[in-house]
Design a binder for this molecule. Structure first.
Ligand code: ADP
Ligand code: MG
Length: 615
């Protein structure tokens, strides 16, 4: 048989390597920023257009490259950073694999201008899909400027796989943060579609963190510091009371490199044990300095996963250092364990004795305090949270029961036909509901017993309500007498801008969306004034986590986030009226059986089931 094995041509090998190194525009940003840092730059500009799909440019004032080096830098395994395998265990630079530029040039149009200080003129190289198109002498400032255009131009499958510009920009911003946070002595400018979104002067670590995440950060940070034989730990943790639902501000750096380490993350979280709720995430910016010999960075092409020699010791030290800081700054006792942040949300409910008899008032009395919702054929009136809590929420429920929404009635029929139960059977009758373990609402129906999961059911109800409002723009806004000023990180403001219209449709109104301090001038009637900050924070977090521009629409995602944050929780006591409304509203939904996150909302225990148990 003839020999069949052959060496792949370089451009093919480069494209294969690119598959590992360059997943999306953000990967290019990471590599270029790291190269600029390695070149000793003190000023770095990042310029992107259209989420990096059209252009990513990094300009630095670093050492630049000679004419020959400029040409060589695009070869695979061409690096100035290591020369033998031993060097791998004494890395002082971010790069060392010599494959980033070769990979990038294989899948994009690249323009590089570079000059070393010793020369009067520099070099301009143009490369497209690994082919050098031109190389000429050029007048250019000292340092390097690399533009990467039309990423994945020759791999349509990869290009199509890219998400929306906003999503890609968010990934780019994440990479930018990771580099900027660990190099506060470098000045950074970041421009997106022509406007400057970050301007970071040289600063201390602490200042850099607040330049990146907003000035409110400063007061939240507590320093951590520990010097041992094995590791030097420096950095900051966020006070426990600022722990967020989002996984947002959590950064580990090892020897000035951003790393991901679920194991060390656990060490930090466990130090917060008892201080924060189990589902909250503490924020941290922790810089670890270890002997380069004791860390292996070369276990993954993107170099964010690393291996420490003695992870267990590191874990223990980190945990106790964080604990120590928390104790030292005496922030443990200020937490009020009784205070449930959920109580700040509109469904806050303080236990109360007697259920008030229902009084139906003129539901149209104050249009700014209530909104009419119309979900799947049922119309009920939600009122703004009152100090008394729940009893008012479903007031006026039967006011519009007939409603005159004949077209929607039909939908209800469809829904019911879809289930095996007749419509009237699902309707809970007054006095036949009760609450079990503050978790379920139980009601008798013809065929037996209906058990509704209160939290999931309410999420479903609110989800459909908000989804309706976002699409038909019918949400009613409650104007705030005194607009509330809230500060957000730049990235969060970008999210707010992105979803502004949908939020407007459900009742949120903002001003000053160009600054860190956003003015909230209106909120949906379901949101209490004291809960606005929490609701928006969580909304942004949920949105960032969930929205990858893929299968789920923005409207659905927001409706889901809002419903999750505003729905009545397990553990909340409901009065009879609210229980009844919950059951009835649930079965007025288009898809009553599942919560927005696809969990079952109710179950039925039939007479037969009970008979079986009793035989
Ligand atoms: P690596 O960073 O792993 O060495 P790269 O492909 O990223 O590999 O870069 C190849 C080489 O090009 C680097 O080793 C460096 O010598 C040179 N280089 C890349 N970017 C710059 C820059 N911005 N300034 C100066 N030299 C650079
Ligand atoms: Mg590099």
């Amino acid at each position: 048989m003839a020999d069949i094995i052959k060496l792949l041509p370089d451009h093919v090998a480069n494209q294969i390597a690119a598959g590992e190194v360059v997943q999306r525009p953000a990967s290019v940003v990471k590599e270029l920023l790291e190269n600029a840092i390695d070149a000793g730059a003190t000023l770095i500009k990042l310029i992107v257009k259209d989420g990096g799909k059209t252009l990513i440019q990094v300009v630095d004032n670093g050492q630049g490259m000679s004419e020959t080096d400029a040409r060589l830098s695009f070869e695979r395994h061409a690096t100035s950073k290591i020369s033998n395998a031993q060097d791998l265990f004494n890395l002082q630079t971010k790069g060392f694999r010599g494959e980033a530029l070769a990979s990038i040039a294989a899948i994009a149009h690249v323009d590089m201008l570079t000059r070393v200080a010793a020369m009067d003129v520099g070099t301009h190289i143009k490369i497209e899909g690994s082919k050098v198109v031109s190389q000429e002498v050029v007048a250019t400032p000292k340092g390097t400027s690399i533009s990467v255009k039309n990423l994945f131009f020759n791999i349509p499958a990869r290009r199509n796989f890219l998400k929306s510009n906003q999503v890609e920009l968010r990934h780019i911003t994440d990479e930018f943060h990771r580099v900027a946070l660990v190099h506060p002595n470098v000045e950074f400018h970041f421009y997106n579609n022509g406007s400057e979104i970050f301007n970071l002067p040289r600063a201390s670590h602490r200042q850099r963190i607040s330049h990146v995440f907003g000035s409110k950060m400063t007061e939240r940070l507590v320093p951590v510091e520990e010097e041992t034989e094995v590791v030097n730990i420096t950095g900051f943790i966020c006070k426990a009371e600022f722990a967020k639902k989002s996984r947002g501000e959590q950064f580990f750096f090892a020897n000035n490199r951003f790393i991901k380490s679920p194991y060390l993350h656990h060490a930090v979280v466990s130090a917060f044990e008892g201080l924060i709720k189990p589902d909250a995430f503490p924020g941290y910016f922790i810089y670890l300095e270890v002997d380069p010999k004791s860390i292996d960075i070369n276990i993954h092409p993107t170099k964010t996963e690393v291996k420490f020699d003695d992870e267990h010791t590191l874990y223990a030290m980190l945990r106790s250092t964080v604990k120590h800081s928390l104790g030292q700054f005496n922030i443990a006792p200020v937490l009020d364990f009784e205070h449930d942040p959920n109580l700040d949300t509109p469904y806050a409910y303080k236990e109360k004795g007697v259920v008030l008899p229902k009084v139906t008032v003129d539901a149209s009395f104050n249009p700014f305090q209530e909104t009419t919702k119309n979900v799947g054929g049922r119309t009920s009136t939600f009122k703004k949270e009152s100090a008394k809590g729940w009893e008012n929420l479903y007031q006026g429920l039967d006011l519009d029961e007939s409603g005159g929404f004949s077209s929607v009635e039909i939908e209800t029929e469809t829904v019911v036909q879809g289930t095996i139960y007749a419509e009237n059977e699902m309707e809970a009758q007054t006095g036949t509901t009760f609450q079990l373990q503050r978790k379920y609402v139980v009601s008798t129906i013809k065929s037996g017993m209906l058990v509704v999961h209160q939290n999931r059911a309410h999420e479903r109800i609110l989800f459909e309500k908000f989804l309706g409002e976002i699409t038909v723009k019918e949400g009613i806004s409650q104007q705030l007498l005194f607009p509330l000023e809230l500060s957000f990180t730049k990235q969060d403001v970008e999210v707010l801008k992105e979803v502004r219209e949908s939020l407007y449709n459900v009742g949120f109104a903002f001003e000053n969306l160009d600054q860190e301090t956003v003015k909230v001038t209106g909120v949906p009637v379901l949101v209490s004034e004291s809960g606005i900050g929490t609701v928006l924070d969580r909304l942004i977090a949920d949105y960032k986590e969930g929205y990858q521009g893929g299968s789920i629409s923005q409207a659905e995602l927001l409706a889901q986030a809002l419903s999750r944050n505003l729905a009545v929780k397990t553990g909340e006591l409901l009065d009879t009226e609210s229980q009844l409304a919950l059951v009835n509203d649930l079965f007025g939904c288009k898809e009553p059986a599942l919560s927005p996150s696809q969990k079952q909302t109710y179950t039925i225990i039939s007479e037969g089931d009970i008979d079986k148990k009793l035989n």
